[in-house]
Design a protein around this ligand. Sequence first.
Ligand SMILES: Cc1cc2nc3c(=O)[nH]c(=O)nc-3n(C[C@H](O)[C@H](O)[C@H](O)COP(=O)(O)OP(=O)(O)OC[C@H]3O[C@@H](n4cnc5c(N)ncnc54)[C@H](O)[C@@H]3O)c2cc1C
Length: 377
Amino acid sequence: MLSFWERESFTEYDFLIIGGGIVGLSTAIELKETHPHTNVAVVERGVFPSGASTRNAGFACFGSLTEVLSDLEKLPEAAVFKLVKRRWDGLQLLRTRLGDEVIDYQNHGGYELLQTESQLGALEQADRVNSLLKPLFEHDVYQNVPEKTPALGFDTNRVKGLVFNQYEAQIHTGKMMKALQRLAMARGIDLLTGTGVRNFVEDNGHVDVKLENGTVLKAGRVGICTNAFTRKLVQEANLKPGRGVVLVTKPVQGLKFKGTFHYDEGYYYFRNYGNRIIFGGGRNLDLEGETTTEFGVPDKILSRLKEDLINLILPGQSYEIEQVWSGIMAFGDTKQPVLRQQSDRVFLGVRLGGMGVAIGSLLGKELAELITQSGNN
Ligand SMILES: Cc1cc2nc3c(=O)[nH]c(=O)nc-3n(C[C@H](O)[C@H](O)[C@H](O)COP(=O)(O)OP(=O)(O)OC[C@H]3O[C@@H](n4cnc5c(N)ncnc54)[C@H](O)[C@@H]3O)c2cc1C
């Protein structure tokens, strides 16, 4: 049973955002900045965000050459350009909003490792992709730099092609999320954590949002930013969860590379964090089994990551793993996120895929605009 004071101060909001990841927090911040006299709250089921935003690898990326080529197989050129632009714009918004120092933004560039003949075929299409992206970056994005392979410590018999992207960078994921939370609180947004939303009902000009602990909050409009977990609230949402596994090593003596690295069409990715390695991927080993919202680290995937550490990433060098974890992403038929009005007062900003660090802030801005510009008051 609530007290009079609780009911007066904690249960009624103009805008209520469900999910406290990068999209939820960005949406709430945008709403409060554009509508300062409104009451805004974010409900996050975890004590801290517990999906993908605090569990990723911290790549500030917008697509490797083979990822963009694979997008071009499914979407027209104009749509691929727009998608890359949205990621890039989102990244600039994140950097301006929080500051490079705060999020530990470091631009050492990104590389894609090409290992098979068919992967090497991507090089023939680099000019096409560079021309497509020229209006955005003004310079070539993807450059073939095989001569750099030995200096980075990779075996040239295995890594047969290396594509450099000068615009790719890395961030400290934890610092970014903490800074977003602090900014949200500084703007006067309530962060309600530790209990999730069970369901919601639109009723007579507002939405009743029922929490797992039984409390009912009343909101003028609701933004759903629950990414992979959305189908618990909106069953028909067109997305599938996808688990990702990540590990971090202890500091590696004499680590030869700095930067972000991808291979096998982005299914594997590693980077330096100081002189440690953060390495993730392997979902493609069991795509069906990894279509889950359950956290966990399958042996098969961890074994493959360990093998690749020895044979590909650190040949001839020793390492120790310090920690392994998993996070849950959301995927669809294309890599475009879902941004839509679900009903009169409920709106969705979900399905961020594997590059949400970049596009997350922009999706939050777009969702806030959709929430405030739609018909009802
Ligand atoms: C292992 C891994 C590595 C990745 N690496 C990168 C990378 O290097 N670069 C990159 O750009 N992207 C990366 N990503 C993807 C990126 O992290 C995501 O795209 C992005 O964080 C999605 O943000 P979000 O806010 O939409 O979702 P989330 O961060 O998942 O936020 C959704 C939130 O909703 C909460 N929630 C769910 N249900 C409820 C409910 N009923 N009530 C209340 N709260 C609820 C969850 O607890 C969660 O905190 C990676 C993802 C993973 C899993």
